[in-house]
Ligand binder design. Structure first.
Ligand code: P6P
Length: 336
């Protein structure tokens, strides 16, 4: 029997990575495998969401004031449950939950990491079959092992992440995660139920021709953002264009596409919502970490996202992320 050993599964890859760190305890690898397990369970429900009573609202409103979808709750429970029963996570904070949860069992209290995530981003798209995703960031706790995780373990600047990633439940289901050593993408092979390495060492092209923004808010953006959008619209072959506008309203899909092909994603603040819509801890920090490791940039329009010291778990921030040269052109417009 010919065994195809060229394809590495997520488990094999994370265990192989351990060889680069002889002193590593394997806890981070174990945590990433736990996330992969939860993702596979969520994927099953996402793929059949139209067939079972898991579509639609669950009747509650989350801390963001958004209608909670049944699949949001399911996804949140899967990620929280897997991490709580794992050996690597001392606690979690979720975009779906008001406050952080510190796990009280002895194994968790002696675990090195905490995990913050948006369990199902873009869930408003579930009912219309548009791709959605999970976004996560992993931090090393700052409180002593053996104690119960506390607020300062969760309110860390994004630069303190040791890993970050996302799952995109799309035409195929992919898990992409970054550590400081690189960004790697794994595609779920349903025939064996394993995430398999399909996009090794992802780099974001320095330039691209895709810009992603909600044009419906154009007249509520600051002038520098409007100027940049109009520069994108005016690009021709002579100056690095033409550009194309792609925005499907599901951040994981929009940012994933731009990461792979090159491009810029913007969710600016507006005159009525100067902080914008996206959450620093659950959406922006993970993607900022991934994009910087892949060679791109991420700012709030003024400063590096990863340098923002959070004051609140659910704080929002304007968000600009993408190819380095496109981000630098944006910054020229914002600094005029
Ligand atoms: P708007 C989905 O609700 C989300 O949080 C992101 O996934 C997406 O990029 C953004 O909101 C879309 O927001 O205001 O453009 O519909």
């Amino acid at each position: 029997m010919i065994v195809n050993r060229k394809v590495l599964t997520l488990d094999e890859f994370t265990i192989q990575q351990l060889r680069n760190f002889p002193h590593a305890t394997g806890e981070l690898s174990s945590l990433l495998r736990d996330i992969g397990l939860a993702a596979k369970r969520v994927n099953v429900e996402v793929n059949k969401a139209g067939l079972v009573d898991i579509l639609g609202d669950d009747g509650s409103v989350n801390v963001q004031g958004e209608d909670v979808k049944k699949l949001d709750v399911f996804a949140n429970n899967q990620f929280t449950g897997v991490l709580q029963h794992g050996i690597s996570c001392a606690g979690i904070a979720s975009e779906e939950i008001d406050d952080y949860i510190a796990f009280e069992d002895e194994v968790s209290k002696h675990s090195k990491y905490v995990c913050l995530y948006d369990p199902l981003d873009g869930s408003g798209n579930i009912d219309v079959n548009v791709s959605i995703g999970t976004i996560f960031g992993v931090y090393k706790r700052v409180t002593p092992l053996g104690s119960t995780a506390s607020r300062e373990d969760f309110l860390q600047a994004g630069v303190q992440q040791v890993a970050a990633g996302y799952i995109v439940y799309g035409s195929s289901t992919m898990l992409v995660y970054a550590t400081r050593r690189g960004v790697n993408g794994f595609t779920l092979d349903p025939s064996i139920g394993e995430f398999c390495l399909s996009h090794p060492d992802i780099k974001c092209p320095d330039a691209g021709n895709i810009y992603s923004v909600n044009h419906g808010h154009f007249f509520r953006y600051e002038k520098g953002v409007q100027d940049y959008i109009q520069r994108c619209q005016g690009k021709t072959k002579e100056n690095g264009g033409p550009y194309t506008q792609r925005y499907i309203g599901s951040m994981v899909s929009d940012v994933h596409r731009n990461l792979i092909k090159g491009g810029i994603f913007m969710y600016p603040g507006t005159t009525d919502k100067p902080e914008g819509k996206l959450r620093l801890m659950y959406e922006c920090n993970p993607f900022a970490f991934i994009m910087e490791v892949a060679g791109g940039k991420a700012t709030d329009g003024k400063k590096r996202i990863l340098d923002i010291v959070p004051q609140k778990l659910h704080q929002r921030t304007p968000f600009f992320v993408g190819s380095k040269s496109m981000m630098e052109e944006l910054e020229l417009c914002l600094n005029q």
